[in-house]
Design a protein around this ligand. Structure first.
Ligand code: B1M
Length: 213
């Protein structure tokens, strides 16, 4: 196997044996984020495909998630840091009913490496908790993540609840089940403030930077 294939296969196999030396080798060729977005994400896509075909069970997918998390944690220290002044405060949450947090945590890393203070509320966060945390923390934006199809709908009702609570701070949404079109036609009409769709973590950073400019 090539280095890139090996990196993808750690994720697919859910195995960490040999992972760190291979990540070190990859770092001599690629940037940390390129490794995540390239071979590691390829591995995760394959996991998704196999899971969808019932060729993997949840316990195995969890092991894959562990490998992805360990890789991201290791690669984090090699990522570019841009510690200028604090550009803003952003609150992040995976929406109610959804446990997927690898993407959201990647967004946290990218934003915090680039001058944002992040309040990460975790997973399965109900709207009430987001509203309460908003009042306490007064962030400049709220980021919602969700990977399940039902999470896209949950984002609609979260936006409604935020609106009913009188909140109109910009919302950034992202995650696999979501599209730009859904964001525009279904979430945006339910909210008083801006609703921005981020296709990935770097897009999230670009949008945050637009807001803070
Ligand atoms: Co789940 N799962 N899972 N899973 N899982 C999916 C999402 C699924 C597509 C797999 C499949 O069937 N092919 C499917 C959803 C189907 C659907 O809704 N139509 C699915 C399912 C069904 C489930 C369960 C229901 C399975 C079950 O129990 N029977 C269950 C759900 C539990 C729940 O949430 N209530 C479940 C559980 C799990 C695990 C716990 C085993 C594990 C998650 C571990 C964890 O996150 N801690 C897991 C995993 C790992 C996946 C897949 C394989 C990979 C997800 C991932 O981490 N990707 C996934 C299939 C897939 O996506 N190919 C799948 C890597 C990550 C970096 O990407 O999160 O997309 P992603 O983030 C991206 C962008 O989306 C974006 O930036 C990131 C990249 O830069 N982004 C944002 C995300 N959030 C953002 C927020 C932003 C900006 C950008 O601003 C705020």
């Amino acid at each position: 196997l090539t280095l890139e294939e090996r990196l993808a296969s750690y994720v697919v196999e859910g195995s960490k044996e040999g992972l760190i030396p291979d990540l070190d080798e990859a770092l001599t060729k690629y940037g940390a984020l390129e490794i995540i977005n390239g071979p590691l994400m390829n591995g995760m896509s394959e996991v998704g495909r196999l899971f969808n075909n019932n060729e993997l069970i949840v316990a195995e997918v969890l092991q894959s998630a562990e490998v992805m998390k360990a890789s991201v944690a290791y690669l984090e220290s090699f990522m570019e840091k841009n510690e200028s002044s604090v550009k803003g405060k952003i609150m992040l949450a995976t929406v109610k009913g959804d446990v997927h947090d690898i993407g959201k945590n990647l967004v946290e890393i990218i934003l915090s490496n680039n001058g944002y203070r992040i309040i990460n509320l975790g997973i399965k966060v109900p709207p009430e908790q987001i509203i309460e945390a908003y009042r306490r923390e007064q962030p400049d934006a709220i980021g919602l993540s969700g990977l399940l199809v039902k999470s896209a709908q949950q984002m609609v009702s979260t936006a409604q609840d935020l609106k009913n609570a009188g909140i109109s701070v910009p919302i950034m949404v992202g995650g696999a089940a979501l599209t730009r079109k859904f964001t525009k036609t279904r979430i945006r009409p339910e909210y008083d403030g801006m609703v921005l769709y981020a296709k990935d973590a770097m897009d999230g950073l670009a949008l945050a930077n637009q807001l803070s400019d």
